[in-house]
Design a protein around this ligand. Structure first.
Ligand code: ADP
Length: 162
């Protein structure tokens, strides 16, 4: 069984993430979408538990996808789960620099684990969780950037929903 993991902060999950997940499904027998608990990113909008609940609801229709959390090194988590690869998405040049370091560090730590990159779909190349939070904080329209459920949860958080 070929297991892949897709780690991230998913605060919140965007249509860009969902696209990467849907395209990864065919590459693995099982894909684990896993929320990092120990992210360095400062201001979080949703708690880890809320992010997991949202992901589980959205990804429920995919039998070969499960949702989990992890802390510590991603490669250690991957080894623990018997994964063959870590999936990441690539948007712009600035992603490349960080991801290059991430992939080479992972390779050094655990040569058995591959890090696989899927290029973003052009229509999601500008979508990031950070941008979504910025737009949401000023009550901007999130249509096309996040799933409907996420848009609704964000509205509830910022108190301008319903
Ligand atoms: P972000 O970088 O938006 O805070 P995450 O840390 O949750 O999001 O990202 C997890 C992975 O998903 C990273 O590899 C990131 O580059 C990728 N990703 C995020 N947004 C997109 C997008 N719009 N298209 C493709 N990949 C993306």
């Amino acid at each position: 069984m070929r297991i892949g993991i897709y780690p991230g902060s998913f605060d919140p999950v965007t249509n860009g993430h969902i696209d990467i997940i849907e395209r990864s499904i065919g590459l693995f027998d099982h894909l684990i979408v896993t929320v990092a608990k120990n992210t360095q990113k400062s201001k979080s909008l949703f708690s880890v538990e809320e992010r997991v609940d949202i992901l589980k609801t959205i990804l429920d229709k995919y039998p070969s996808v499960s949702v989990d959390t992890f802390d510590g090194l991603t490669v250690h988590y991957a080894i623990n789960k018997n994964a063959v690869a870590i999936v990441r998405g690539l948007r712009v040049i600035t992603d490349f620099e960080n991801e290059f370091v991430f992939a080479l560090t992972n390779k050094k730590l655990e040569p058995k684990i591959e890090t696989i990159y899927l290029m973003t779909k052009a229509e999601y190349s500008f979508v990031s969780s950070t941008t979504v939070k910025e737009v949401a904080s000023f009550s901007g329209c999130l249509s096309g950037m996040v799933p409907e459920l996420v848009a609704q949860k964000i509205k509830e958080k910022y108190g301008y929903g319903k």
